[in-house]
Design a protein. Structure first.
Length: 213
């Protein structure tokens, strides 16, 4: 059994992609719009958890530039190294969000940009519920996904084999509200990554809040 066989599929994938992933998605205006919307809501010096923090750009970079404290978590050692070098003002930790201990009400905001797609549906539901509890009352969450009804679908992503599980838009929204979050806004977009052979894919951004009482 190779070393890669012992690691999470997402770690293997994103170790391979590295900066190519950032470059492929750099032109996503919908992602940047969602960050601006979040920044408009945050109090100065907020503590933010960035789940699946990738290369640190654009999410962690935008947050620290606005004066916020960022903890990024990613399963890919390559991504954690890149993010630590590109956004040294933030803290990045190698870990699996499914297993990482999270104190209740310990963050003012949570960002989850496309980092659930290689988890099972049960795992996605459990992670979103844990993240909702990690938010302080009144805290904000942004969750982005590819809103398609897929379970264990095999394919290629940027030339690499992947297995993807996702939810249709309504089902993903129900998952989020079932975790105790109120959806403040839902933004739909279509984006084609800047990579040979890439095709446009639907994106859904949910802006949410944990009840304050």
């Amino acid at each position: 059994m190779s070393e890669d066989d012992h690691r999470a599929p997402a770690a293997v994938l994103f170790d391979t992609l590295g900066l190519d992933y950032e470059n492929a998605f750099a032109a996503s205006e919908a992602h940047r719009d969602s960050l601006r919307r979040l920044l408009d809501r945050l109090e100065p010096g907020s503590r933010v958890l960035d789940v699946g923090s990738g290369t640190g750009r654009p999410t962690a970079r935008a947050l620290v530039d606005a004066g916020h404290e960022v903890l990024g978590v990613d399963v890919s050692p390559v991504m954690v190294d890149l993010a630590s070098r590109q956004v040294p003002e933030a803290v990045f930790r190698l870990g699996d969000i499914r297993e990482l201990p999270l104190d209740e009400a310990s963050f003012d905001a949570v960002c989850v940009y496309f980092s659930l797609l290689q988890m099972t549906r049960a795992e996605q539901s459990a992670v979103v519920a844990r993240l909702a509890r990690a938010l302080r009352p009144g805290g904000y969450a942004v969750l982005a996904t590819v809103p398609l009804d897929l379970e264990g679908a095999e394919g290629l992503f940027m030339g690499q084999p992947v297995r993807v599980t996702s939810f249709a838009a309504g089902d993903f929204t129900a998952l989020v509200t079932g975790a105790g979050l109120t959806v403040l806004a839902a933004e739909h977009a279509e984006f084609a990554p800047a990579h040979p052979g890439a095709v446009p894919e639907p994106h859904l951004f949910l802006h949410c809040r944990r009840a304050s009482g």
